[in-house]
Design a protein. Structure first.
Length: 247
């Protein structure tokens, strides 16, 4: 079982999306795709004159922002990926965590701010995902999740992918982004332990947007997922990225 989390930065690029779908079509193991879409959300917020506010990288989500987020992720982005996969000859179904109660969540608490409709997953409907995959379908999953109060909640896509991978006992979780992995002086680290990653952060080698990616990897490994990697599309095609090890 392989869970792929793909960020939303390049999903508006038809050529990139087609190449991604064709790459997944060549994989021999069962695969679930969990996607982000921050760029699409921000664009829609701008069109609707909604203010973007983030706390510790999490999008503060009031009722209006939730509507925009659900439209962008579960509607627009999810269907872009689904269509590309079908064009690549993959039997595909595009869903959100709300559908069938695939992802159940509680409101995420923050020590210094009210995040609004931001959720934290506590349950994955394993049986439904296994039934869908058992029919030969590849699932494209938006991280919008269902709260116990009946509301939709915005859930970080990295966290959603980790929850899905952990629930399904996936042996590999890949965070696919626009970088090939962890670079140092232009050289790709093909393997890193968590301790080595921390040292690279402390020494200023790992900076900016790579730090939250490392934190997502750490959470995934703490959840018990045996293998995680940060990789880009080209690396996924060639089997080369940064693979993380315990220690």
């Amino acid at each position: 079982m392989h869970v792929l989390k793909i960020s939303g930065n390049d999903l508006h690029d038809e050529a990139y999306l087609a190449s991604f779908a064709q790459t997944v079509a060549k994989l021999s193991h069962p695969t679930i795709i969990v996607h982000g879409g921050g760029k699409a959300i921000s664009e829609l917020q701008g069109q609707l004159n909604l203010k973007t506010e983030k706390v510790d990288g999490l999008r503060v989500t009031d009722a209006s922002t939730l509507k925009a987020t659900e439209m962008a992720l579960s509607g627009h982005v999810n269907k872009l990926i689904t269509k590309a996969f079908i064009q690549a000859g993959i039997q595909t179904i595009g869903l959100s965590g709300v559908d069938g109660g695939i992802l159940k969540c509680l409101k995420k608490e923050h020590p210094s701010a009210d995040l609004g409709f931001v959720g934290e997953i506590y349950k994955v409907n394993i049986k439904l995902l296994q039934q869908l995959m058992g029919t030969g379908l590849t699932v494209i999953l938006s991280p919008i999740s269902l709260g116990d109060d009946g509301h939709s909640y915005n859930v970080n896509a990295d966290e959603a992918a980790t929850a899905v991978a952990n629930a399904l006992n996936a042996n590999l979780l890949s965070f696919v982004s626009n970088v090939p992995g962890v670079l140092e002086n232009g050289r790709l680290h093909t393997t890193l332990t968590m301790n080595q990653s921390e040292l690279l952060i402390q020494n200023g080698v790992i900076t900016d947007g790579m730090i939250p990616k490392i934190r997502a990897v750490q959470k995934a490994m703490q959840a018990g997922i045996p293998q995680t990697q940060i990789i880009n599309l080209e690396g996924l095609q060639q089997g080369v990225g940064t693979r993380f090890l315990n220690g």
